[in-house]
Design a protein around this ligand. Structure first.
Ligand code: NAP
Length: 497
């Protein structure tokens, strides 16, 4: 992108008119208390919006609106084809407003607007299209029953679904949850992350414009400790889908048990290993991809391949290649298309990541990075950092940092590689590089991870399920399996003997 393009994005950002009020029952509304919080651009420290800060009383209102919409059938009892048509219209409107949606995510959480525009927004649009198109092709079942009877096994929408989402892919992860939930006919109450609520609010406007009726999609910004708790404990919510940290996921399990046993689908943290065997026949290509796996989106990716396990005899060669490839992720102004990375989501998160980098540097050997930059008055920019030679038991081998820090370990045998890769509380993703098909299968089978990528990293698509093992949570986003989180099977047995 040229300077002119950067100027254009800055002009577009200056021209945005942002409404930070909640969306409840088809209306833009302030919090009942009138409370609002400043929405800060981490790349500049400037406030770009005031956002309603809701509380339990507002959640009651949103849940009542969602329940009303579900019970009177204005969405839930439309034919699947009717819902499909309106969701496809929503996808078209998202396309029309793609620049705006990309800007809102970039301004909120600091990612390069180019990536938001070329990856996140098209991904969210494709997700709405995919679930819209899938829902009228689902088939129910007629199982075998004794003569004189027949049974129908049907997939039923649950009612009111709440979605609590994180800030690293604000629009795209929201789409992963909202699209299948809405396609089935549920009503939704969506709480976006406090630092990145704007694309979700705008999406709800577009949904109304597309003909998704009032009350069906409600967006309730506010602090997780207050709004998230009110949602987690609410007796009027039938299911809760969450993406975020393992700590909050565990709290949601408690809330569900203390309230109405609402169904949970929990996508939590990760600490994913990228294993490189010496027989990989394209080490330069693997190194470029490993750098992407660790540093894309400022390393703020749940399935980031933040641990590199390299067979000892190619360690030095491979680490040098990764260090070179990491330069492509140098941070800069998120609205400038030349920037390989943007700002971390907030100053306080940048402080936490910086503390981890400082600790890694002290205990290991710095290969590249460990620089914190000030750009446009904000010091939330951190240069991609690679550290090798940390002691085996160092906590950074197993603790999620959620920033641009890659730690490197070595191994001698397959057994050692697998043992090290599996030695965390998480099980979200893992990658393996080898030119041996047998080894690829052998190692993949032994890795405890929801997704194993072979000769790539972070493989993900609309057609394949995404989610974790162990404390990375349970339930799956994406693919037809995502419908399971938002529906239950009903048996209707008819005796006609
Ligand atoms: P987080 O702190 O867990 O927040 C996630 C969401 O939960 C936010 O909307 C947050 O609201 C809300 N929340 C906070 N406290 C809550 C509570 N007590 N009750 C209910 N909700 C509460 O995570 P994050 O910092 O936004 O995101 C980073 C984490 O998400 C990392 O651990 C990352 O691995 C994980 N993640 C996982 C996936 C996946 O698919 N597995 C994808 C992306 C990210 P506030 O913003 O208001 O605090």
């Amino acid at each position: 992108m040229t300077d002119t393009m950067a100027d254009t994005w800055h002009e577009r950002a200056d021209g945005l008119s942002i409404d930070g009020r909640a969306v409840i029952d088809g209306e833009r509304v302030a919090a009942a208390s009138g409370a609002a919080t400043a929405d800060v651009n981490p790349a500049t420290g400037a406030v770009h919006a005031e956002v309603a800060a809701l509380a339990a009383v507002d959640i009651d209102r949103a849940v009542a609106a969602a329940r009303g919409a579900f019970d009177d059938g204005r969405w839930s009892r439309l034919s699947a084809e009717d819902r499909k048509v309106r969701m496809l219209r929503l996808a078209d409107l998202m396309q029309l407003h793609a620049d705006e949606l990309a800007l809102l995510d970039s301004l909120d959480m600091g990612k390069p607007v180019r990536e938001a525009r070329e990856v996140d927004v098209p991904g969210a649009i494709a997700t709405f299209r995919w679930y819209a198109e899938a829902v009228d092709k689902l088939l129910d079942e007629i199982p075998s029953t004794p003569p004189g009877s027949t049974a129908l096994v049907t997939r039923e929408a649950l009612g009111v679904v709440a979605a609590i989402t994180p800030w690293n892919y604000p629009l795209e992860i929201a789409a992963w949850k909202l699209a299948p939930a809405l396609a089935l006919g549920n009503s939704v109450v969506h709480k976006p992350a406090s630092v990145s609520p704007l694309s979700a609010l705008r999406l709800a406007d577009l949904a109304l414009e597309a003909g998704i009726p009032a009350g069906v999609l409600n967006v309730v910004p506010g602090p997780g400790g207050r709004v998230g708790e009110a949602i987690g404990l609410h007796h009027g919510i039938d299911a809760l889908t969450f993406t975020g940290s393992t700590a909050v996921a565990k709290t949601l399990l408690e809330y569900s048990g203390r309230s109405n046993m609402k169904r949970l689908s929990l996508e939590a943290g990760g600490k994913s290993a990228n294993i490189v065997f010496a027989d990989c026949d394209d080490l330069p290509g693997a190194a470029e991809t490993a750098a992407r796996g660790a540093f894309y989106n400022q390393g703020e990716v749940c399935s980031a391949n933040s641990r590199l396990l390299v067979e000892r005899r190619v360690h030095d060669e491979f680490v040098a290649l990764v260090a070179e490839a990491a330069r492509a992720y140098a941070p800069g102004d998120p609205l400038d298309g030349a920037s390989g990375s943007g700002a971390l989501v907030s100053r306080s998160h940048a402080d936490d990541v910086w503390a981890a980098i400082t600790s890694a540097r002290a205990a290991g050997s710095l290969v590249i990075g460990a620089e914190r930059l000030e750009i446009d008055g904000s010091d939330a920019f951190i240069v991609p950092t690679v550290v090798t030679g940390l002691p085996e038991q160092h906590p950074l081998h197993s603790t999620e940092v959620f920033g641009p820090l890659l730690t490197v370990e070595t191994f001698e045998t397959e057994d050692e590689a697998v043992a090290k890769a599996n030695a965390t509380a998480y099980g979200l993703a893992a990658s393996v590089w080898t030119s041996s098909l047998s080894r690829a299968h052998r190692v993949s089978q032994r890795l405890v991870a929801g997704t194993v990528s072979v000769n790539t990293v972070d493989a993900l698509g609309l057609t394949t399920p995404f989610g974790g093992f162990k404390q990375s949570g349970f339930g799956r986003d994406l693919s037809l399996h995502a419908f399971d989180a938002y529906s239950a099977l009903k048996t209707t047995w008819i005796q006609f003997g």
